[in-house]
Write a protein that binds this ligand. Structure first.
Ligand code: PCA
Length: 216
């Protein structure tokens, strides 16, 4: 049996009809990519709930790797997140709540974790396939950061398990409602995540078979 990679995506939020992160996660659900079987999980857009959801999924499935996905409307490229912070601000009507101090996500846990993914190798693979991509130094302080932080915290004693997060732009149909915003087709985002998982599978030691197979 193939080892699992848990891939999380989020429900739509902020008045959107879809969230590209869930569209991509569910499209890949059940697919085996370089020896890693994708288990897609849909997460709620709420920092505390999503942290619990991700932690439960990791305990339940004991995956060989973890990859969180989220929507970052307004960004033009696939963003490979480097850092998750132990702090959250839930949103107020779609805006970051600026009224109060941000709160700690997990009491007594470290201030931050770095992604445990081969980010440079993923970036290189995406650029080789002409997919706009960049490394990002902030996953924000909302549910996406919470999912990434919770995963890295849950896996802190399993350092061999690669774990990290990728933010996706709006898809083209979402951007039709705001023509000034950058967007990317769901098809390209799906290819990007498939490539990322293929690279991650190398980091998870999942070689298992010759790597000459074309992925896309
Ligand atoms: N994006 C938000 C939360 C859920 C999502 O898809 C974020 O960037 O935190």
């Amino acid at each position: 049996m193939a080892s699992l990679i848990v891939v999380t995506g989020f429900e739509p939020f902020g008045g959107e009809r879809i969230n590209p992160s869930w569209e991509v996660a569910r499209a890949l659900d059940g697919e085996i990519i370089e020896g890693l079987a994708v288990k897609a999980i849909r997460a709620p857009v709420n920092c505390v709930k999503t942290a619990a959801h991700v932690t439960d999924a990791i305990e339940r499935f004991r995956p060989r790797a973890f990859l969180g996905l989220g929507q970052a409307g307004g960004r033009a490229a696939i963003s490979l997140e480097r850092v998750a912070i132990n702090l959250f601000q839930d949103r107020n009507g779609g805006q970051l709540d600026t009224r109060g101090d941000a709160r700690t996500l997990i009491d007594g846990a470290p201030d931050a974790y770095f992604a445990r993914l081969p980010l440079a190798a993923v970036l290189k693979a995406l650029r080789r396939h002409r997919i706009p991509a960049t490394i990002s130094l902030s996953a924000g302080a909302y549910a996406c950061n919470a999912a990434m932080y919770a995963a890295l915290h849950a896996l802190r004693r399993r350092p061999a398990v690669p774990a990290g997060f990728i933010h996706l732009p709006y898809d083209a149909a979402q951007a039709a409602r705001r023509p000034a915003s950058p967007s990317m087709s769901l098809e390209m985002m799906e290819r990007a995540v498939r490539l990322a998982i293929a690279v991650i599978s190398g980091a998870a030691g999942e070689t298992g078979r010759p790597r000459r197979r074309r992925l896309i």
